[in-house]
Write a protein that binds this ligand. Structure first.
Ligand code: NDP
Ligand code: OAA
Length: 448
């Protein structure tokens, strides 16, 4: 079933394939042990001393006049100095593994896709769950067709020598892949093909999330946190949670963090400030072109955004539309939907749940409406402002102002989500497929 490789700490490094996948592609299992890598650095006192002696202050040189570079990439670093420092750190790290936490088990669906291509390496590096948090990655593909791609992904993870990556498993059966997972990042979904009706997309992807909800319900940790990325993500998250009645509905999220990041970027540009000065940014509603980026409650350098950006026409018209349609504009220019920035926003979304929210700030997430304080329809997945204590859970923020401008648009996004919900009644045990009547307002950010 699994084989072990030697590793630098007491925890075994494991690569698994799930039974159904192994039947189809035995090659990975047959791979001889010697090919599995381990940390090659020897952490002796001598090696450490040598590294310290070699170390010099890292020189950072801006290269004036270069035209073949852009922005920060015009800066070069003295890698010899960095290399010496790295070796020292590595040896310290060997000591630190003794204080590592218990391995966290994370499932990723659509693991061979574009977003995962960026995300998996961030997860494995420790930048998501922290430098003392070893991780097991469970990669889910859709079919035998994608299995070979998953093998390729696993090979690249292997070649990356991440000390925190303790286990990788690949499979196509969610009941096997989701076994005991504590996080499920549901990215895999069919993209909307040419000529495909919106109702068809809701139905096809809805089936995927109904099945994955059932599988999570059956085999995942009882407190698994689920982040749905595959579109239409709000309604897919609703389908997933309705099919997982034994998992708290509060544990399900639809990713709207990319929209939050896009909104912050636009405000920062307009106010000519660095984007870390933008806080309290809410995205209300659906991850679609009806989403409502909230400039009323947003802050710039601690001040209400409207005190810094006096151009009301820009806020009402350009800002709102730019954020709503950012995904579509990007697809037009790049020829495919956002992947690296989506991966970054998934990292941000998880980090917001596993770290305490900075005092006074909040983050946006698509969450289940169940007793919300804003008067938004119950029993849908709606993006709202949240705060976390860093324990993986969240609370809704109550001290926000919803003015007429926001409310009118929030109601439109709510109506869209209610229409989507009627379309998937057959997947959540509430009606017939024929009731689907999605309007042309129902569009992903990537549709124009
Ligand atoms: N919420 C957000 O902010 C954003 C959401 N998205 C959405 O994320 C999704 C993924 O995007 P991206 O990675 O670029 O797409 P890709 O097409 O690159 O990858 C999708 C992957 O999903 C796999 N897949 C399909 N069905 C399943 C299934 N049932 N179980 C597991 N895996 C499956 C596919 O495998 P195979 O080829 O074998 O079918 C493929 O590897 C899309 O729905 C996209 O619209 C994108 C950007 C932002
Ligand atoms: O429509 C898509 O697949 C892309 C998307 O969600 C986005 O860029 O926000």
């Amino acid at each position: 079933m699994a084989f072990m490789a030697p590793s630098s700490s007491s925890r075994p490094l494991q690569f698994h394939e799930h039974a159904s996948a192994r039947r189809a592609a035995p090659a990975l299992l047959r791979r001889p042990r010697s090919r599995w890598r381990r940390n090659q650095l020897v952490c002796s006192l001598e090696a450490t001393k040598q590294a310290v002696q070699e170390e010099r202050p890292a020189a950072v040189n801006g290269v004036a006049g270069r035209t073949d570079c852009y922005g920060v990439f015009c800066t070069t670093y003295d890698l010899r100095a960095v290399g010496a420092r790295w070796r020292t750190d590595w040896c310290k790290r060997d000591e630190e593994t003794k204080a590592w936490k218990k391995v966290v088990s994370v499932a990723v669906s659509g693991a061979a896709g574009m977003i995962s291509n960026h995300l998996l390496f961030k997860l494995a590096s420790g930048q998501v769950f922290g430098p003392d948090q070893p991780i097991a990655l469970k990669l889910l593909g859709s079919s035998q067709r994608s299995f070979q791609k998953l093998e390729g992904v696993a090979m690249e993870l292997e070649d990356s020598l991440y000390p925190l990556l303790r286990e990788v498993s690949i499979g196509i059966d969610p009941y096997e892949v989701f076994q005991d997972v504590e996080w499920a990042l549901l990215i895999g979904a069919k993209p909307q093909g040419p000529g495909m009706e919106r109702a068809d997309l809701l139905n096809i992807n809805g089936q995927i999330f109904a099945q994955q909800g059932k599988a999570l319900n059956a085999v995942a940790s009882r407190n698994v946190k689920v982040l749905v990325v595959g579109n239409p993500c709000n309604t897919n998250a609703l389908i997933c949670l309705k099919n997982a009645p034994e998992i708290p509905s509060k544990n399900f999220h639809a990713l709207t963090r990319l929209d939050e990041n896009r909104a912050k970027c636009q405000l920062a540009l307009k106010a000519s400030v660095f984007y870390d000065k933008i806080s309290n940014m809410t995205i209300w509603g659906n991850h679609s072109t009806t989403q409502v980026p909230d400039f009323v409650n947003a802050r710039i350098d601690g001040k209400p955004a409207r005190q810094v950006i006096r151009d009301t026409k820009w806020l009402h018209e350009e800002f709102t539309k730019t954020v709503q349609k950012r995904g579509g504009e990007l697809i037009q220019k790049r020829g495919r939907s956002s992947a690296p920035s989506t991966a970054v926003s998934i990292v941000d979304a998880i980090r917001s749940l596993v770290n305490p929210t900075p005092e006074g700030d909040w983050f946006s997430s698509g969450v289940y409406t169940n007793g919300n304080p804003y008067g938004i329809a119950e029993d849908i997945v709606f993006s709202m402002p949240c705060r976390s204590k860093g324990d993986g859970d969240y609370e809704l923020v109550t001290d926000v102002t919803i003015d007429d401008f926001l409310w009118e648009r929030i109601k439109k996004s709510e109506a869209e989500l209610l229409a989507e919900k009627r379309c998937v009644g057959h997947l959540i045990g509430e009606g017939e497929e024929e009731l689907c009547e999605v309007t042309e307002d129902t569009m992903l950010p990537g549709e124009q």
